[in-house]
Design a protein around this ligand. Structure first.
Ligand code: GLV
Length: 454
């Protein structure tokens, strides 16, 4: 694969070459106990499911003529780009340096991580059309590469909120990282530091802002679930600011109940007693999150806030000097309101397909938002970013940076910190190669003319 062929990269990329990653952390392994169990684990993903059926029909585990016939009827071309991901559960990478792309980590994480925890991360909502749309959305755009621009050296750096970052790839906030590996968020923050990525801690994280700032070795960003209570939100904001956090991402897209079908199905497969770790209800969940330590939770009804209005943002503005970034914007109307209400940035996000199952990808929503904002505040984006070319498309369409979530959790669940390091390394290597192939030597050169709607 040329894009990540190490010996064709400039000298500064050699530090990221395979073989530099440290050995994988020891973790207990969840076995593929039965065909039905395996089938449940992958049924959420159409591409996986089809490949699974093909494998299954050829497997001595279940020699079913019916399944074989079904698999044979499948079309030869699949709409889902992750059809190229590894599938055979007997042929998994055993060392992060063997990964060819970020998808290589997913089945290893699926094997290592308890089913309910894997399901929590993997799940979308209802039919998971948004989850799939986030990936497939990148196919709606094509790159228009330019030639004869010297790209022998590429600079991936970007300035965000007055600070220069080595890459536009940012660690998105994700909850409960200790569900996937004992070191949890600490492993991710250390890997982010090693690869020079900004790290964002989630309110739902299993480590505190102080621990993470120390592990990262400098200020990190923070994502706020405000809860319906101003007092709870204010206490968290004050603590985060005191820890030196420069950027506060306010999540505005978790409002209602949600049918996380993959999670609920995989939870049934989990033989452990969830009650030994998980107390029911929002307060029970919050008690296991260190960012709520010392806060009076007696009046807290939920971790998310479905009573939030622009008044909350004004109040926040008067409370903190941190940059305020609204996370979860999907329309030009709300993007315009972000600017009018004086926020410092916004993130185009559908919560990784975990909010409403709208069917609309973030890359599809990005152009109308960029147009409405008109360059007045930075627009960031997340959702389905797995490839360097996905990043090229997002940045060419006007995003200043992209945030990635599930891929680093796959790396974490598969191998701990070395897995996360390799996932991030692959993302950087692919972006580097994709910038060269697109014909841009820095991100300022990337413009809307480098993409077209397919
Ligand atoms: C957390 O952000 C979740 O979607 O569960």
């Amino acid at each position: 694969m040329d894009a990540i062929s190490i010996d064709r990269q400039p000298a500064n990329f050699r530090a990221w070459a395979p073989g530099k990653a440290k050995g994988g952390a020891k973790m207990s392994s969840y076995k593929w106990v039965s065909a039905s169990h395996a089938q449940q684990q992958v049924v959420h993903h159409e591409g996986h499911r089809r490949r699974f059926l093909k494998w299954l029909s050829a497997s001595p585990l279940l020699a079913s003529p019916g399944l074989a016939a079904w698999a044979a009827e499948l079309p030869s071309k699949y709409p889902d780009p992750i059809i190229w991901a590894p599938f055979n559960p007997n042929d998994l990478i055993t060392n992060p340096k063997d990964a060819i792309n970020v998808f290589d980590f997913e089945p290893v994480a699926r094997k290592n991580v308890p089913p309910a925890h894997f399901g929590y991360m993997a799940s979308g909502i209802d039919d998971e059309v948004t989850l799939r749309a986030n990936r497939e959305g990148y196919l709606k755009f094509q790159i228009r590469p330019r030639r004869l621009n010297d790209v022998s050296k590429v600079d991936m750096s970007v300035e965000l909120f007055g600070v220069k970052h080595a890459t536009p790839i940012i660690i998105a906030p994700t909850g409960g990282n200790r569900f996937f590996h004992n070191e949890g968020e600490l492993a991710v923050a250390r890997a982010a530091k090693a690869g020079q990525h900004m790290y964002t801690l989630s309110t739902s994280g299993t480590k505190s802002i102080e621990e993470l700032t120390a592990a990262y070795g400098g200020p990190i960003w923070y994502q706020l679930y405000a809860s319906p209570s101003w007092d709870v939100a204010r206490a968290i904001v004050k603590r985060v600011e005191a820890a030196g956090c420069p950027v506060l991402e306010v999540t505005v897209d978790r409002l209602g109940g949600r049918n996380q079908e993959t999670l609920f199905r995989l939870r049934k497969e989990d033989t452990r007693d969830c009650k030994t770790c998980h107390e029911p209800g929002a307060v029970g969940r919050a008690r296991r999150r260190p960012m709520y330590d010392g806060i009076d939770l007696s009046a807290m009804k939920a971790m998310d806030s479905n009573n939030m209005t622009w008044d909350f943002i004004k109040r926040l503005r008067d409370t903190t000097k941190m940059k305020i970034v609204i996370k979860g914007i999907l329309t030009h109307e709300d993007a315009k309101l972000c600017v009018e209400n004086g926020v410092d940035g916004l993130i185009v996000s559908n919560h990784g397909g975990r909010g409403e199952d709208s069917g609309r990808s973030t890359i599809d929503a990005l152009p109308e938002i960029v147009e409405a904002v008109g360059g007045r505040i930075p627009v960031l984006m997340d959702g389905g970013i797995r490839r360097g070319t996905d990043i090229i498309k997002a940045l060419a369409l006007g995003a200043k940076a992209v945030c990635i979530g599930r891929p680093y959790l796959w790396g974490l669940g598969a191998f701990g910190q070395p897995g996360v390091e390799r996932v991030l390394e692959l993302m950087r290597l692919e972006l580097y190669g994709a910038m060269q192939q697109t014909g841009v030597k820095n991100l300022r050169e990337l413009t809307a003319a480098h993409v077209r709607r397919a």
